[in-house]
Write a protein that binds this ligand. Structure first.
Ligand SMILES: Cc1ncc(COP(=O)(O)O)c(C=O)c1O
Length: 321
């Protein structure tokens, strides 16, 4: 009897060397990725049938892997092919694409030695999602500066992408309990860092500033910094205080799963007309216009999932044998 064709339309995952529908993707309970948060990851997106800044995401993932001393069983070229194949299998033209490496399950029962673990590589592509819902983005998000501080950068480097989200999750509960959409966290010294899954920017005149500390080096953040000069804006990476936030003309957040997301309120401060600010909206429009023009885009070859990038070419752009 022939096997039924797997249904990848709700997402495709790569687990233990095979591609499975997302609904069948599992990790073992004993994996330190789960029991110790000993895992790093990266998330890219696909729009208009192509990856956005795929190699920048792979660069950041490799930096995170090195920072965590994780050695997955696949090399960069293989990771690239695997994430591409997840997308091609799913057929998704707009997708959220994650790659992960966990410490793994120790080979020696009860071991506390990370060298006893074989590190893993997982990946998946699922339909596009927004970390701040589109209707909230439309009216401008309401952020609460949470009372819980962001974890100390001395304990955990925030530029290595991580799932240590206790502080961020506590902030979200606090924000929701008080009627806000989501949270922003300050560090122990009172400087603005980031929120649950996004970087933050303030706009004052024609200067667009994002915090220089306590935050992931977001790929969307970098894209916005690159786009600012096209709109005659001055991009800046600098310390941002709570007062800077309150005195800003506009505030917006950025992430892969949402792009440029304008805010209308932070705490009891209402910006402009309690709607997304003009500069935030111009940056958002330019960001998506650039996508439509193919900026930093690597098209996916949906016709042949085994060769997910330009048919007949290796990831390095060389002709396949
Ligand atoms: C904590 C945190 N900060 C910032 C970001 C935004 O980074 P990027 O623009 O690369 O998605 C993310 C993305 O998930 C994140 O988890």
């Amino acid at each position: 009897m022939s096997q039924p064709t797997p249904d990848f339309s709700r997402g495709a995952a790569y687990v233990n060397g095979t591609f499975v529908p997302m609904s069948e993707a599992k990790i073992p309970l004993g994996d330190w990725g789960f029991t110790r948060s000993d895992v790093t990851y990266d998330v890219a997106h696909v729009k208009h049938g192509g990856f956005f800044r795929l190699d920048d995401h792979l660069d950041r993932f490799e930096t995170s892997l090195a920072g965590y001393r994780l050695t997955p069983p696949v090399d960069r070229a293989q990771m690239r092919e695997i994430v591409g194949r997840c997308v091609a299998l799913s057929g998704l033209r707009e997708a959220f694409v994650a790659m992960l490496s966990t410490r793994g399950v120790p080979r020696v029962f009860g071991s506390r030695n990370p060298h006893d673990c074989d590190n893993t590589f997982y990946a998946y592509a699922i339909p596009w999602l927004d970390v701040i819902k589109p209707d909230v983005q439309e009216r401008g998000a309401h952020l609460l500066v949470a009372s819980v501080p962001r974890f100390s950068s001395r304990s955990l480097d925030p530029t290595l992408k991580n799932y240590n989200w206790r502080d961020l999750s506590r902030g979200v509960f606090e924000a929701l309990d008080s009627g806000y959409d989501t949270a922003l966290l300050l560090d122990d010294d009172g400087f603005v860092t980031e929120g649950p899954g996004f970087n933050v920017f303030i706009v004052k005149g024609d200067v667009v500033t994002t915090p220089d500390r306590g935050a992931l080096l977001g790929i969307t953040r970098r894209s916005v910094l690159e786009l600012c000069p096209e709109l005659g804006l001055e991009p800046r990476i600098a310390p941002v205080t709570f007062d800077d936030l309150m005195e800003a003309d506009e505030v917006f957040t950025t992430t892969t799963a949402g792009g440029v997301m304008p805010c209308a309120r932070v705490n009891d401060r209402i910006y402009g007309n309690d709607r997304p600010g003009e500069i935030s909206l111009r940056l958002k429009a330019l960001y998506w216009q650039k996508h439509a023009e193919g900026w930093h885009m690597t098209p996916v070859n949906y016709d042949d999932p085994e060769r997910p990038f330009a048919a007949g070419l290796t990831p390095e752009g060389e002709k396949r044998p």
